[in-house]
Design a protein around this ligand. Structure first.
Ligand code: FE
Length: 319
């Protein structure tokens, strides 16, 4: 067959392979984030994500990876001896790296198919970015056939990432300023919000920091309070403000402490959260803006609400 026909088939299979490599870790993230849901919701979501993972992995990603190998080898045989083409040698090293990444994703795929999530959503988000680096490196090499151009390409990518991170930081600052400008602000709150991440790191231990300040979630059935029903009040672990009472605490079976009401609605701040591809309501401490958990509309009488809160975000004390 014609060289250009193979080249076209090769490019098509590369595009579909990358489509799989880009989307698969997103499904891993959704699966890991579904861990925070109550058991019935979690099961429905995770079963659905597992079906989507299998279709994407075995229907598109694996066949494309094999097609790339077949068409790519046919094309590479035209470049002989290969040592005359340094760009191609380097490209093949990157391609080998990409296959290693593919195998690594396969191991995460196997884990999640067995209902095991050893990677946090944050770690999976970072893993998600690896294919971008491979894509930039390989495309620059193939198009420019020049090792130096690829180096420029990668430097450009890092500059782009740095700009993106700065923009995210700037956006966060603007959002914080909006909070500071709101009417209900107190001097105390102002001081707390202005605390830098370094201050919080000193004040909190690693686990508390991850949950309260980085919006993390403790593993279900692991916290101190999910089966704890002593009388008293639950204060924010970040600032000590009282948030929940034992009178509204109940066992939701989700593996996290659940309350059907707050001590006062002014004590928490509710924010729309779309982080796992669906709308949820995040609960934060209104005083120090620490992340506490989420609120769902499947709670018991009389409010019908379920505040699903991390144990680590709370400190119980007797009244
Ligand atoms: Fe607080």
């Amino acid at each position: 067959m014609n060289y250009l026909v193979f080249k076209s088939l090769h490019i098509i299979s590369v595009v579909t392979w990358f489509a799989g490599l880009f989307y698969m870790p997103r499904l891993f993230v959704y699966f890991a984030e579904a861990e925070t849901r109550i058991p019935t919701e979690r099961k429905i979501l995770q079963d659905q994500y597992k079906i989507m993972q299998r279709r994407l992995w075995y229907g598109i990603t694996w066949p494309s990876a094999i097609a790339v190998l077949i068409f790519g080898s046919t094309l590479a045989s035209q470049f002989w001896p290969i040592t005359q083409y340094p760009w191609l040698v380097l490209k093949l090293i990157f391609v080998a790296g990409l296959y290693a990444y593919h195998i690594f994703l396969h191991s995460i795929f196997n884990q999640q198919q067995d209902n095991n999530t050893s990677f946090s959503p944050m770690a999976l988000r970072i893993i998600n970015e690896i294919s971008t680096i491979f894509l930039v490196a390989i495309v620059f090499l193939v198009v420019l056939k020049n090792v130096l151009s690829m180096v420029y390409g990668i430097v450009g990518l890092f500059v782009f990432v740095a700009i993106l991170l700065t923009a995210i930081k700037a956006y966060k600052k603007i959002r914080e300023n909006e909070v500071l400008n709101s009417d209900q602000i107190t001097l105390d709150k102002l001081k707390l919000i202005n605390n830098s991440s370094d201050d919080w790191k000193q004040k909190l231990n690693e686990e508390e920091y991850q949950i309260l300040r980085m919006c993390g979630t403790e593993r279900p059935f692991s916290g101190e309070y999910y089966l704890f029903f002593e009388v008293g009040l639950y204060a924010c672990a970040g600032c000590g403000h009282e948030l929940f009472s034992s009178e509204t605490k109940y066992n939701s079976g989700s593996g996290w402490p659940a309350f059907y009401d707050v001590v006062g609605t002014e004590n928490v701040r509710l924010i729309e959260d779309q982080s796992i591809g669906m709308k949820r309501i995040e609960v934060r401490c209104a005083h120090c803006d620490s992340h506490l958990g989420h609120v769902f509309e499947d709670g018991p009488h009389p409010t019908g609400l379920r505040y699903c809160i991390n144990s680590i975000a709370l400190k119980h004390h007797k009244p």
